[in-house]
Every structure is written in structure tokens, then in C-alpha cells.
Design a protein around this ligand. Structure first.
Ligand code: F0G
Length: 366
């Protein structure tokens, strides 16, 4: 159709099909952020804002491929466990493909915008009395019983679509700087993106299109309260220990059992990257910093900036590096977090004199 070859599907050569169930995903902005670049102290910083996808997160890139496969297979019901964004994308792409969708969410731990999307796009929403990892255990069992087609990032076709994030970043840097980035910093939950980007780069190296030494250092960021990958990287462990109790304001990455860890750990290690944990306060501060450049992201996304700032301060990241930070979801996904991080509206009387008096007075801090 008209959208053939747009966004994700511009990279059809790197994908299993030439087209998918599409809502024009991909081709997201790679923003310049000069003030952040200077305050963090790196040579170049660009923000790849995946919040600018059709449903407001990078999940759309995976769903356009995954739902296409499901349609091809003729499955009746699509399902996922989700901290929110996957459920929103599944609901939208499933309904576009004309399929029934079922989502399992951790009760009370999913941001309002995401539930609203899943709901309006017609997903059947089950709120589980447990965390995301428990939801994913259940959905895997449902899939094994043939009750549904699984569209979490365990599904390899999802990750094929998400490879295009890496391809777009490389292309953008090559166009603007004639060089690929030294480092890509990204938030980590289930470690799907980490795995997908690593696969994309390996394929480019194998095809002779990217020098092995030029592969960007994959640098993962987790919230302190949900940091099993960071623990494994710091301990040099081959396996990730499942955390049963997780907590963070960045609910999208409130995950204790990153299922793609076996693929993501080598990706971080072999590219010379690292992983770092940040506090909820650092995440909120970073969300404000990015907002100060006019870019609205949800808390999990701001973790990438918080992590970069921390690694730069520790000297792990050098001042001469060219860095891309991935922001994975839009600010409006989690309006409550945004409102809490921003300033309070000030009540005023309905007359100009009252408004003028308010403007003249000290602005109340949050
Ligand atoms: N950022 C956002 C906004 C997310 O929604 C997620 C994952 C991640 C980062 C982590 O990405 O799994 O590739 O390491 N959200 C999933 C969901 C778990 O259900 O929406 P990852």
C-alpha cells in the first residue's frame, strides 16, 4: 500500500517479510539536545525518541512484524504480559490486524495512559494480583497450552522489528557525523532492545557493512529497585538472578526476571558496554532535564539519560564520546508521573487584576 517502505519497513531487507500489519511505525526523531549535551559533558548527545511511534513506544516496531506473523499463522488470539506499553501496542496492532487480544497486567502498577490505550483498542484486560514477571510466567503457560499466540519480546519476530531502532540510529549518525555512535544508552527491562540492537549490529558486521571495532557500546540502565541485569554485569555472572521483589516509579521497567538476558548479557559485554542502576530521584531529575529541551518522555525512558549522566560523572563515559540515548516511551503514557515531576497549577480569580497579581508574586515551587 501507500506506506510500503516507510519507517520500519524501509529495512525490509533486514526483516523476515517485505511488509507487515502497519500503522506507520518507526522513522522516529533523533533529536539534538545541546543543553543536555553540555551539562552531561559529552562531545555529542542525540536522543532517539521512540515515544514518537503510533502508540507512543518502541513496541510498535516489534508488533508490526509479530502481528503479521500471527496473521499469517491464522491464530485467533494474541496475548502478552505487560508493564503497559506492550499491551497498548498489542491492542492497537491486533485490532488493526482484525484479531482478538488478551493482556495480563500487574494490578495497580501500570500507568494510566497505557491502560487507556489497551482498553480503547479493545483488548481484554486481566489485572493480575502479582508483578509483571508472574504475568509473563502465566502467559507463557497459556501459549504452551495453545490458548494464545505470545507477543512478548520472547517472540523472536518482535525483536526483528526492534532491530530497526539500531539501524535508524546508525544511519542518522552516519548522515550527520559520518561516523556511528561510540555508545548507545538504553533503559533495560526484559532486555529485548539490548538483544535486538546487538543482533542488528552483528548482522551488519557479518555483512561487511560495519567494522567490528565500530560497534557501539551497548549500555543498559535499570532502576535501583529492579536491577538484576546490573547485578549480573557487576558480578561478571553468566546468569541473571531473578529478583522477586521489585519496585520503582519507572513502572515500565519494574521487572525482576529479564527473559532476554541470555542474549543481552553477551551484547553488553562483547560491545564493551556496561550496565548501571539509577535511583527514582535521578530518573525524575532526568525526566525534567529532557522536558527542558522540549522532549516529553515517561520515567523508564528518562533512565537512559540518568544513567549516562551517572556514568559520565564516574568517568566510565569519556568526554569525547558520541552518544545516542534511547527514550522508549512518550510522556503522556504516564500522566501522573509527569504531573508529579512538574509544577502545580496555581488557582487564580477570573479577572485580569487577579492574574496580574499572581504573575507578579513569587512562583510557587512544586
Ligand atoms: N522502556 C519502556 C517505556 C518500556 O515499556 C519497556 C518495556 C522498556 C523500556 C524495557 O525494554 O524489555 O526491551 O528491556 N516494557 C514492557 C511492557 C515490559 O510490557 O511494556 P526491554
Amino acid at each position: 500500500d501507500d506506506f510500503e517502505g516507510h519507517g520500519v519497513w524501509r529495512y525490509a531487507d533486514a526483516l523476515p517479510f517485505a511488509e507487515g500489519v502497519s500503522i506507520q511505525e518507526g522513522a522516529t526523531p533523533l533529536y539534538e539536545v545541546p543543553r543536555l549535551e553540555e551539562s552531561i559533558g559529552v562531545e555529542t548527545l542525540r536522543i532517539k525518541h521512540e515515544g514518537m511511534n503510533p502508540t507512543g513506544s518502541f513496541k510498535d516496531r516489534g508488533m508490526t512484524v509479530g502481528v503479521r506473523v500471527a496473521k499469517e499463522l491464522g491464530v485467533g488470539r494474541l496475548a502478552c504480559a505487560s508493564t503497559g506499553n506492550t499491551s497498548a501496542a498489542l491492542a492497537a496492532y491486533g485490532s488493526r490486524g482484525g484479531m482478538e487480544t488478551l493482556v495480563l497486567l500487574p494490578a495497580g502498577k501500570v500507568a494510566a495512559g497505557k491502560i487507556a490505550q489497551a482498553s480503547l483498542h479493545g483488548a481484554r484486560i486481566l489485572e493480575v494480583d502479582g508483578n509483571f514477571d508472574a504475568c509473563l510466567d502465566i502467559v507463557q503457560e497459556l501459549a504452551a497450552k495453545g490458548e494464545a499466540y505470545l507477543l512478548n519480546s520472547l517472540n523472536p519476530f518482535r525483536l526483528e522489528g526492534q532491530k530497526t531502532i539500531g539501524l535508524e540510529i546508525l544511519e542518522g549518525f552516519l548522515a550527520d557525523y559520518d561516523a556511528v555512535p561510540d555508545r548507545i544508552v538504553l533503559p533495560v527491562g526484559n532486555a529485548g532492545n539490548t538483544s535486538a540492537l546487538y543482533k542488528a549490529f552483528r548482522e551488519l558486521v557479518q555483512a561487511g557493512e560495519l567494522d567490528e571495532d565500530d560497534v557501539p557500546k551497548l549500555t543498559g540502565v535499570q532502576a535501583e529497585g529492579a536491577a538484576p541485569m546490573v547485578e549480573a554485569i557487576e558480578n561478571g555472572a553468566d546468569e541473571v538472578r531473578r529478583w522477586d521483589d521489585v519496585e520503582t516509579r519507572a513502572t515500565a521497567i519494574r521487572i525482576g526476571n529479564p527473559v532476554n538476558a541470555p542474549k543481552a548479557l553477551p551484547g553488553i559485554r562483547e560491545t564493551g558496554g556496561t550496565a548501571v542502576a539509577v535511583s527514582d530521584e535521578e530518573i525524575t531529575e532526568a525526566q525534567r532535564d529532557i522536558a527542558g529541551e522540549g522532549i516529553g518522555v515517561e520515567p523508564a525512558s528518562a533512565a537512559s539519560i540518568a544513567g549516562l549522566r551517572k556514568l559520565r560523572a564516574e568517568g566510565v563515559v569519556d568526554d569525547d564520546e558520541r552518544v545516542a540515548c534511547l527514550t522508549t516511551g512518550h510522556l503522556l503514557k504516564d500522566p501522573d508521573a509527569a504531573a508529579a515531576a512538574g509544577s502545580e497549577p496555581e488557582p487564580v480569580p477570573a479577572d485580569t487584576a487577579g492574574v496580574l497579581a499572581s504573575i507578579a508574586s513569587e512562583r510557587s515551587s512544586e
